[in-house]
Design a protein around this ligand. Structure first.
Ligand SMILES: [Zn+2]
Length: 201
């Protein structure tokens, strides 16, 4: 290893390698030597995500990745504001939005409707963009999945109205209707119990 090389930290070398290999799946056999064969190379990779906002994907994000595989698809790190958001605010916004992407309706942890190979991972985004004067207050924040966040979703911004929604539900298969019911009952357990007791509102 040359002198210039050793001036960079293991994390910087890993980042440079990821940025030079956008869209290519890599594993420890490749990344460990890049780090300078340090034992904590995997922790440095995680820090690129947790501290610097690079969305390095693992098998937790994508069903087609095996444990120990890593993939960076988007060279743009997450904005610093999202990393600066407190855990409390993040949890509050996700809970308020029912752990559901407010653009496409994908649910956290489930396969993404537009790309079933990806597990839905939610981010916090602005309702009114910062450039339009929007604030970082919880009132101006919402849950957005990584697909919509990358602009890859072709979902529209408009919410379906009740009539359209009911029409869709009535046309769905019984199995899908049952799934929708289960999802709603999990989301509104108290109200579901009240409906079952006959005092639903
Ligand atoms: Zn989405």
């Amino acid at each position: 290893m040359g002198k210039l090389h050793s001036k960079l930290s293991a994390r910087d070398r890993l980042l440079a390698h990821f940025l030079a290999n956008i869209g290519r799946v890599m594993d420890g056999d490749e990344l460990r030597p890049v780090s300078g064969n340090i034992s904590e190379w995997a922790r440095r990779v995680r820090e690129l995500r947790t501290e610097q906002g690079y969305l390095i994907l693992t098998h937790n994000d994508r069903a087609d990745l095996k444990p120990g595989q890593y993939l960076l698809e988007n060279p743009k790190p997450q904005p610093a504001f999202e990393r600066a958001i407190s855990a409390g605010t993040r949890a509050f916004v996700l809970d308020r939005n029912g752990f559901t992407c407010q653009m496409c309706g994908a649910v956290a942890g489930e396969a993404h409707p537009n790309d079933p190979s990806r597990k839905t991972r939610l981010h916090i985004g602005h309702i009114i963009d910062k450039s339009m004067g929007g604030s970082d207050d919880a009132a101006n924040l919402r849950a957005i999945c990584s697909v919509c966040n990358e602009g890859a979703s072709n979902a529209t911004m408009t919410r379906p109205d009740l009539l359209k929604l009911m029409t869709q539900i009535r046309r769905a298969t019984a199995v899908d209707q049952f799934e929708a019911m289960r999802w709603l009952m999990r989301k509104f357990p108290k109200q579901a119990a009240q409906v079952l007791e006959g005092k639903g509102t």
